[in-house]
Design a protein around this ligand. Structure first.
Ligand code: GDP
Length: 319
């Protein structure tokens, strides 16, 4: 499903995109919107899906503080709309449902690592909206017998990550600075720690979840956590500009080891009114149920993402 936009917004599916005029197309994109119930019902009636993967969301935590109502509408009520469409159309026994839940549900988690039994203490309008979506998915499973499952997915990244999420923002800037196309990178909280895995592996787990006989909720994570500051160090190293951090608090900076150029500074604008300081997941339930484990760690991710951004910026002058 794709949202209408006045500019192209399918770049991230270019690899699988098929021209609808090709002889035997197998990929069809439908205009839709999570805030439009009648549209969702009509689409589901037309498509009669075997499997539904709900990864649609206003998914940026910082932006959710600016657009909390829209975030609730798309992420919370939007999930309800899909589940209601299943019920209204009598697809409870046919359509399996996957909900992309999030480690942001844990917020200020009381223990580490977090697993399926860790209580949720959401810390942003995004996380609160996703909390509703999590529980409405559980409720429709229990109330109507729908094969509906939540992945409590920890951060998952790749070269396709949106440019305003921290990993991609960093790798893109490191590449651009290395190529002389950007001078400096401004970041928020460098102390935050995240459990970063590879999106490709997480998507395999999402598919596996819907192939299980029984629906259930699973943590997807690597079990390792990395500080934002460390990811910055790796990315600049991979771009060929080793850096070191100097100073503290708002005055902390990263400078190039070779010539002392200031390459990274702090901008308070990227701080969140309430922050999730650290996340680390325990995915042993998914491993025991269907043999899934994350393979790529954050160090490798940084390498892959910087290489991709260097290639992209070298070939695409508009990027
Ligand atoms: P999130 O974990 O879903 O919020 O994913 P993000 O990639 O947006 O943020 C991960 C962490 O990086 C959060 O703790 C942010 O506060 C922190 N961070 C530090 N600087 C930045 C920044 O400039 N942009 C973003 N998006 N996050 C930043």
């Amino acid at each position: 499903m794709k949202r209408r936009s006045s500019s192209f917004n399918t770049a991230r599916i270019e690899d699988i995109y098929e021209d609808p005029h090709s002889p035997d197309p197998s990929l069809f994109l439908h205009y839709g919107d999570m805030t439009d119930a009648t549209n969702l019902i009509r689409l589901m009636q037309e498509v009669q899906p075997d499997e539904i993967y709900n990864l649609a969301a206003q998914s940026h935590v910082r932006v959710s503080f600016e657009t909390p109502e829209y975030t609730a509408n798309a992420d919370a009520t939007g999930t309800l709309r899909l589940l209601e469409a299943i019920r209204i159309l009598g697809l409870e026994q046919k359509s399996r449902f996957f909900q992309a839940s999030t480690s942001e549900l844990y917020g200020d988690a009381p223990h580490c690592p977090q697993n399926e039994d860790t209580p949720f203490r959401p810390r942003s309008p995004y996380a609160v909206a996703k909390l509703y979506a999590y529980w409405i998915t559980v409720n429709y499973r229990e109330a109507y017998g729908i094969h509906a499952s939540n992945a409590i997915a920890f951060n998952h990244e790749s070269p396709l990550r949106g440019e305003t999420f921290v990993t991609r923002k960093i790798t893109r800037a490191a590449a651009a600075i290395a190529l002389g196309k950007q001078e400096k990178l401004f970041l928020g909280n460098l102390n935050a720690r995240r459990d970063w895995g590879h999106a490709r592996e997480f998507v395999e787990a999402m598919w596996l979840m819907l192939q299980q006989d029984e629906p259930d909720d699973y943590v997807l994570a690597t079990g390792r956590t990395t500080e934002v500051r460390e990811f910055v160090r790796w990315a600049f190293e991979d771009a060929g500009i080793p850096i070191e951090f100097v100073g503290e608090g708002l005055d902390e900076k990263a400078i190039a080891k070779s010539d002392g150029r200031v390459l990274v500074e702090i901008d308070e604008r990227y701080f969140r009114p309430t922050e999730v300081e650290a996340l680390k997941g325990d995915a042993s339930k998914a491993r025991d149920a269907f043999g899934w484990a994350a393979r790529t760690d954050a160090r490798e991710l940084a390498r892959e993402m910087v290489a991709a951004d260097l290639a992209l910026l070298q070939t695409n002058f508009a990027a």
